[in-house]
Design a protein around this ligand. Structure first.
Ligand code: 9MR
Length: 388
């Protein structure tokens, strides 16, 4: 993260790490038929008995899941990873598989391997799928960043059409446009700049939704946004900009069914969760379904002691969910990954601080897929929430 202008938090440009993607048809069968003996910890690492998070949520009419990355299946812990999702989740979001840099690494290549593998995994385990994402002015291969306006507009329509035609039967909900707000780009509406914005201006957003609706009329179409949660200037700017954009899209009849609020919570930021819940209600009052789409808790400013840190992280989950889950428009709750060591924060930390003695613990499962204090906090919040 780096700061840019007026206290805004500009994330570092997304790393495009192809090594993390073990793609392709060759590994497809191995992935869906993971032998249980492949890890020492094995499936038993997930405690048996009681209801899972997915079951607790389903009892209240809430769809619970986490983002999922197929390359994790090939790690020594792959069987435990798969078993944790099979047990705890009812849905998975594609973390990398549908992104433009994954599907279109080169102008001449179209790679469905990782996404096909994810679809098979979800089918095998009876998990619903959420597609993340179709259009994002970030996380792009260089050849797309260099396209001229006409080429970019053509690619946008072609990409949405191609991907939805292939996956509309398997993937019922989509982030059609991801993270359209970026105040540091200093564009009208605080919109994010980039190749699609350069081609069509703000119209790239409505156009993406219109194409998606035409190709997949049954799909639920979401706009996904980050950084709306914190009780500081950054959060206030993101909330106001997103609400204004959502109203403009609604006014022009763009087929947006829902808004995804990422909710990457951070121990360094101030929060007022009831105030955030009031913002969620405000969006919902415009007629949008709401998803908490990428929840996790960055623990970097919490104490070093792992048990104490886990308690603090659990407390953030507890307070956040107690405020937000009563909002009836929230129909999906997705964590960003499931276990500490499979989190993007953990991968970033290893890359940036290879010798660090402490690693992030942002999620409800530890590196042996054991339930942590955060698991109990989430379970209690699901148990206490009003039904949909
Ligand atoms: O977790 C994802 C990480 O592994 C990728 O390197 C990165 C770029 O594709 O994207 C991360 O996921 C992001 C998501 O797509 C959009 N919201 C923020 C997420 C965390 O950075």
């Amino acid at each position: 993260m780096r700061r840019s202008g007026a206290g805004m938090t500009r994330p570092a440009p997304c790393e495009i790490d192809r090594r993390r993607l073990l793609a392709g048809a060759a590994s497809l069968l191995a992935a869906v038929a993971l032998p249980a003996e492949r890890t020492a910890a094995g499936v038993a690492a997930v405690p048996a008995g009681g209801l899972s998070l997915g079951e607790l949520a389903a009892a209240k009419g809430l769809l619970f899941g986490a983002s999922f990355a197929t390359h994790e299946l090939d790690k020594p812990y792959g069987a435990s990873y798969a078993a944790t999702y099979a047990r705890e989740a009812r849905m998975v979001t594609s973390e990398l598989e549908l992104k433009l840099y994954t599907m279109r690494p080169k102008a001449t290549a179209l790679d469905f391997g990782p996404a096909d593998r994810l679809v098979l995994f979800a089918r095998e385990h009876g998990l619903a799928l959420h597609g993340h994402n179709l259009i994002w002015n970030d996380a792009l291969p260089d050849w797309i960043r260099r396209l001229g306006p006409d080429e970019a507009a053509f690619l946008m329509d072609t990409h949405i059409t191609t991907v939805l035609e292939r996956y509309r039967a398997d993937i019922p909900t989509w982030d059609v446009v991801n993270e359209p707000i970026a105040p540091w780009d200093r564009l009208p509406g605080n919109l994010r700049g980039g190749v699609f914005y350069a081609a069509l201006g703000e119209g790239y957003i409505a156009e993406s939704f219109r194409v998606a609706r035409r190709v997949a009329p049954q799909a639920r179409l979401f706009l996904n946004e980050a950084q709306t949660e914190s009780d500081d200037e950054n959060g206030a700017v993101f909330r106001a900009s997103l609400l204004a954009l959502a109203k403009r899209l609604k006014a022009e009849g763009a087929p947006v069914d829902g808004i995804g609020l990422e909710c990457h919570l951070d121990s360094r930021r101030p929060y007022d969760f009831p105030r955030f819940a009031a913002f969620v209600e405000e969006l919902a009052a415009e007629g949008f379904e709401i998803a908490i789409s990428e929840l996790d808790v960055n623990d970097v400013a919490f104490p070093a002691d792992p048990a104490e840190r886990d308690r603090k992280v659990a407390d953030v989950y507890r307070r956040f969910l107690a405020a937000v889950l009563p909002v009836k428009a929230v129909r999906r709750l997705t964590l960003w990954q499931i276990a500490d060591h499979t989190s993007w924060m953990y991968y970033d930390d290893v890359r940036l601080h290879p010798k660090a003695l402490r690693r992030p613990r942002p999620l409800p499962f530890d590196e042996r897929f054991r339930r942590k204090a955060a698991w109990s906090a989430i379970a209690e919040a699901l148990d206490a929430m009003p039904p949909r």
